[in-house]
Write a protein of this length. Structure first.
Length: 95
């Protein structure tokens, strides 16, 4: 049941991360929170299966921190790829 708290917290922090990262007009508003939520849920589940207790602070730090870190890295990567592809498309069109 505590996984629900981790998922909600990751989604909320992912929304804030979306607005903190640059060039947000190049990606959807749900991309960063979605990545953060999915990653936090996966990390939380793996740690639970490996025997980490729900009351352990490491479970929460790892799931929320890891989810946000992964979301930040993937969001910056998506933005960089989109910027390069847009520049290539503009050059191909002669704009």
């Amino acid at each position: 049941m505590y996984i629900l708290l981790a998922v909600i917290a990751a989604c909320s922090l992912g929304i804030g991360l979306h607005f903190l990262l640059p060039r947000r007009e190049l990606r959807g508003v749900a991309v960063t929170p979605g990545i953060a939520t999915a990653a936090a849920a996966a990390i939380y589940t793996v740690l639970q299966w490996s025997g980490v207790a729900e009351t352990s602070a490491w479970l929460w730090f790892a799931s929320l921190g890891g989810g946000l870190l992964l979301a930040a890295v993937l969001t910056l990567t998506i933005t960089a790829v989109r910027t390069r592809r847009d520049a290539a498309a503009k050059q191909a069109l002669g704009i």
